[in-house]
Write a protein that binds this ligand. Structure first.
Ligand SMILES: [Zn+2]
Length: 375
């Protein structure tokens, strides 16, 4: 596809920078000037220095609404997003509002972990991106604040939130609010909800047309688009849905992640999720698993079919891709090398999960898995 370019292979050219924040007042960096602080806290993502990934411990009884990160000190001026103020939705001097809304995790420890993922992403954005305020709500919270959103990201199984919030979303989408949908959120089942998703974010999972196998995708090329900034070729094993139903003629859609699935993933028996003749006919073809969409009225959409596995957040480009998309969704400028974030350890990722580590959890296996994610 000629709109794609071969991703740069030069480590120097594409090296991501990671920002380490010092949120505590006792930080030795407090005696430095702002410029010195920024210089002092930037180091390569893959540095062997001890991780300073910000950790927060949560009671499983707490609701996500209580985790809006209001007590954190002001973030360092990692980048001043002057473009934040250029959006028609922006009010001068006020941060862009990004709201995450999630349902429950239903697939066991570390899978379909919408709440955990959203807490982590919100934390990174609130600490790294000036002019953006991210808030995590769960589905049973008071959702009236969504009326103030510049963009909303939904995470729930069977596209439930797409259906349940439909009445609330219709006027917001008409206003040009951004919308992102992650993983099973993209599969609401009902044709009406599928059509709404296509209208709002350009694509959706359509049963008996799309499939949801688990496979290792090899992403080698990326488009010239802000959401692809800082991405390097990478591999990620996930339940990557593909052969999604997209807007007619792909109008307004920019594929961000696409890869050629293994042939056996096309060969499932006919069914709403297992296989169909349309997928089987596309042998050897590349499939889109993440995309952005610009509605005719200017509103923005983002679809990301992965995130079955919480552990994939330790893959640098996987994480950066989603962070970039969230910044883009609210109409802000994505940094030249992508939104900076430090690669989390296994324990870092577990902090955000709602339940304690099960006794059967194979720590060594997952530690090894994470170690292999960023070769
Ligand atoms: Zn899944």
């Amino acid at each position: 596809m000629n709109r794609f370019i071969r991703a740069k292979s030069s480590r120097h050219a594409t090296a991501q920078r990671s920002i380490i924040l010092h949120p505590h007042s006792s930080s030795p960096n407090n005696n430095l000037t702002t410029r010195q602080k920024v210089a002092a806290v930037v180091r390569p993502t893959h540095s062997s220095a001890p991780a300073l990934w910000p950790l927060i411990h949560r009671s499983t009884k707490e609701t996500s609404a209580s985790h809006r990160f209001p007590k954190r000190p002001s973030p360092l001026p990692i980048f001043v997003a002057a473009a934040l103020l250029s959006s028609p939705l922006a009010k001068a001097g006020e941060p862009k509002q990004l709201f995450f809304v999630h349902g429950a995790s239903t697939h066991g420890y570390g899978y379909h972990a919408y709440a955990a993922a959203f807490r982590m992403l919100a934390r990174i954005l609130n600490e790294s991106v000036i002019g953006l305020r991210a808030t995590v709500l769960q589905e049973h919270d008071d959702l009236t604040p969504l009326a103030t959103a510049d963009a909303i990201v939904l995470g729930s199984d069977e596209g439930r939130l797409v259906k349940e919030l439909s009445k609330q979303l219709v006027p917001l989408m008409a206003k040009g609010i951004g919308l992102g949908c992650i993983h099973y959120t993209l599969d609401p089942g009902e044709p009406r909800a599928v059509a709404q998703l296509i209208e709002w974010i350009g694509g959706a999972y359509e049963q008996t047309w799309s499939v949801n196998p688990v496979w290792e995708a090899h992403f080698n090329e990326f488009p010239v688009h802000p959401v692809a900034r800082g991405l390097r070729p990478f591999r990620a094993r996930d339940e990557w849905y593909y052969h999604m139903r997209f807007a007619p003629d792909m109008k307004g859609i920019t594929p961000i992640l696409q890869a050629i699935p293994p042939e056996q993933t096309r060969q499932g028996p006919d069914g709403p999720h297992s296989g169909n003749s349309f997928v089987r006919a596309r042998t050897g073809m590349s499939e889109i698993v993440a995309w952005v969409y610009e509605r005719p009225d200017g509103g923005r959409g983002f679809g990301f079919t992965g995130m079955h596995s919480h552990w994939n957040w330790a893959q640098d480009s996987f994480r950066t891709c989603v962070l970039n998309a969230l910044v883009w969704l609210v109409g802000a400028e994505v940094p030249e090398n992508g939104v900076p974030s430090q690669c989390p350890t296994l324990e870092d990722l577990e902090v955000y999960l709602d339940t304690p580590r099960p006794e059967t959890f194979k720590v060594d296996y997952f530690r090894k898995l994470l170690k292999q994610m960023n070769p």
